[in-house]
Write a protein that binds this ligand. Structure first.
Ligand SMILES: [Zn+2]
Ligand SMILES: [Zn+2]
Length: 114
């Protein structure tokens, strides 16, 4: 079940193209590009990790730790449906930090505008 879900969530090709540009070569079919923050719209190279196989990728998604190393405890796990209606798992700690960063950027922007 888990496997199918992951497979489908990586049907978009933009992140693969970004990674190919970054590496300067074509990706192998076996290679998987993973979104570190779980946000499939975030195709910034900093948010992408190249994995050699689906197996490794699968492991990452079912691992007890987020890519940043926070543990997926009950309290630290956010489940939400993405745009395709597929549930996905997010690290609360990372989510919170991201939110802070976003708010911070907004603050800076509003100061510039004034
Ligand atoms: Zn992934
Ligand atoms: Zn985390």
């Amino acid at each position: 079940m888990e496997y199918k879900r992951i497979k489908k969530s990586h049907t978009s090709v933009i992140h693969r193209i970004v990674m190919e540009n970054h590496l300067g070569r074509k990706l192998k079919k076996t290679e998987i590009v993973h979104h570190n923050d779980g946000n499939k719209q975030n195709n910034n190279i900093k948010n992408l990790t190249l994995l050699k196989s689906r197996k490794k990728h699968n492991k990452l998604h079912t691992s007890k730790y987020c890519p940043k190393g926070h543990k997926f405890t009950k309290n630290n796990t956010l489940f939400h449906d993405n745009k395709n209606g597929k549930p996905s798992r997010r690290c609360r700690e990372c989510h919170r930090k991201e939110q802070e960063k976003r708010n911070h950027n907004k603050l800076i922007l509003s100061k510039i505008k004034q």
